[in-house]
Design a protein around this ligand. Structure first.
Ligand code: NAP
Length: 500
């Protein structure tokens, strides 16, 4: 199976039970490069519910043998996937940039993160550790063991179409589950390449299945299918909360990682150059289409004018364009829907009375007319209750909120429904610990950007951002396993205690 083979227009394919076949649904989606509408990436036929059921069936049949495969051997396959992905880095980066729009360097960064996750999860095959525990009774040995769930569904968004699938599929597989993977439709070709890498690494037929198609058919079928024991979802709050409700009705294990509205707090004693550089990187990197993007800068009045001046000067240097071209530092919005959302918020910000400092419109003329390019945008004097300060925009838009002091900054930073990431710039060690203690986000950074994370460190949000266990790190495996407690009584006599 060659992804984006040298044919006129590529057509997306499923991998079900080890066979690549074109989805049989009548509906198709034509995917064009978001930086250049003349470039047709391929045609994506959508799968039916029947094909989804066939994938679940294949995963169910493959489960007993995969469960019986010793975990270190499962880990070795992930280690091989790590090697294959390293070898395929440039090919994968090219597909990712062409389909999603991020710059080639950003694509390479995402792939590197995925390689790190594979490397870490390969080792988890040797560390599926339980506990031995002292018993209340004599001659009674108690221990716990982690066991796989069975067939699990992985449903992912378009913004990190390599890393997010990898950081769900790798722990699911190493724990002994079999997987049905439904990627975001608009990044189907990237998903195919990711699955092809697992296949080349030696994941057996049926253990990892790819079903390309809409959320309302393929995704819904996975949520309803009684053989699917768990779903790991990343995406919007709207879809995630609906899936959580749907899963709860049949007591399905659900992990939902959703939106963010991540603040950077800049105090008067901050290293301003550092704060500015990280804010620009966090706000405009990946075109602001990161769940951890810096969308709010909460800045104390004393330094706000200088901060805004320097952020503006730095953001003006961003080179917007086709991410495949050398020198470009920011790509387009991913598709028409997302682009419209961003442009709508630019108008909302103006109407709400925020002061526009930079950008505020789509870029036009020449190559810009063929793509979906919004200008890097900064709004100043944003009030905490404005929609641009409360709602996830998922575009290159930074809202600067001015506050009088640290306490007000903390209130503003926490005053949203989301709780994914945050950061603070200060030299004051007491403020650092105070912030780390009281900020309501699952991840926080001290003197570095809100974005970024490491493969072995838990990732995810609190409040409206996330429900279920964290991803990455050893905790990722916990979501994909049941914990069984075992008592071994070697007295040969009836127990004295009957309290349980
Ligand atoms: P989305 O619209 O919620 O879609 C996510 C996935 O759900 C897609 O595969 C989608 O399929 C599928 N889906 C849609 N309706 C469904 C249904 N009824 N049943 C089952 N699946 C369904 O999100 P998105 O626009 O792709 O991604 C952007 C969002 O992801 C942002 O809010 C961002 O913050 C969030 N995100 C969060 C994290 C995190 O770790 N917290 C990381 C990255 C992104 P189709 O694409 O085929 O519709």
């Amino acid at each position: 199976m060659a992804v984006l083979a040298e044919q006129a227009v590529s057509r997306a394919q499923n991998l079900i039970n080890g066979k690549w076949t074109e989805p049989s649904g009548k509906k198709t989606v034509e995917r064009r490069n978001p930086a250049n509408s003349d470039d047709v990436v391929g045609v994506i036929p959508l799968s039916t519910r029947e094909e989804t059921r066939a994938a679940v069936d294949a995963a169910q049949k493959a489960f007993p043998a995969w469960r019986a495969t010793p975990p270190p051997l499962r880990g070795k396959i992930l280690a091989k996937a790590c090697q294959v992905m390293t070898d395929e880095m440039e090919a994968l980066a090219a597909i990712l940039t062409r389909e999603e729009g991020k710059t080639l360097n950003e694509s390479r960064g995402e792939i590197l993160r995925s390689i790190n996750v594979l490397e870490f999860m390969a080792g988890e095959g040797r560390r599926l550790i339980g506990e031995t525990l002292p018993s209340e009774l004599p001659k009674n040995f108690a221990y716990t063991v982690k066991q796989p769930l069975g067939v699990v569904a992985v449903i992912t968004p378009w913004n990190f179409p390599v890393a997010i699938p990898v950081w769900k599929i790798a722990p699911a597989l190493v724990a002994g589950n079999t997987v049905v993977f439904k990627p975001a439709t608009i990044t189907s070709f990237t998903a195919m390449k990711v699955v092809e890498i697992f296949e080349q690494a030696g994941v057996p037929a049926g253990v990892l299945n790819l079903v390309i198609g809409s959320g309302s058919e393929v995704g819904d079928e996975l949520m309803q299918h009684p053989a699917v024991k768990a779903v790991s979802f990343t995406g919007s709050n709207e879809i995630g909360s609906a899936l959580y409700e749907q899963g709860a009705k049949r007591l399905m294990k659900c992990q939902c990682e959703m939106g963010g509205k991540n603040p950077v707090v800049v105090l008067e004693d901050a290293d301003l150059d550092l704060a500015v550089a990280s804010t620009v990187q966090g706000a405009f990197g990946s075109t602001g289409q990161r769940c951890t993007a810096t969308s709010r800068a909460v800045v104390v009045d004393a330094i706000a004018d200088e901060f805004v001046k320097r952020v503006k000067a730095s953001a003006e240097k961003i080179v917007v364009g086709n991410g495949a071209e050398a020198g470009v530092t920011m790509g387009p919005s991913v598709d028409q829907g997302q682009f419209k959302t961003v442009l709508d918020y630019l108008e909302i910000g103006k109407q709400e009375g925020a002061r526009l400092v930079l950008g505020g419109a789509r870029l036009t003329g020449g190559k810009y007319d063929k793509g979906m390019f919004a200008a890097p945008t900064i709004f100043d004097h944003v009030k905490p209750n404005m929609r641009i300060a409360q709602e996830e925009i998922f575009g290159p838009v930074l809202s600067v909120i001015r506050v009088k002091d640290f306490e007000e900054a903390l209130d503003v930073a926490n005053g949203v429904v989301y709780g994914l990431s945050s950061s603070i710039y200060t030299q004051d060690i007491s403020r650092v610990f105070e912030f780390a203690d009281r900020i309501e986000t699952g991840i926080t950074h001290i003197n570095s950007a809100t974005t970024g994370g490491e493969a072995h460190i838990p990732f995810g949000g609190m409040k409206g951002t996330g429900v279920g266990l964290r991803e990455q790190g050893t905790v990722a495996v916990d979501f994909f396993t049941e914990l069984k407690a075992v008592y071994v009584d070697y007295t040969g006599r009836k127990r004295e205690s009957n309290i349980y």
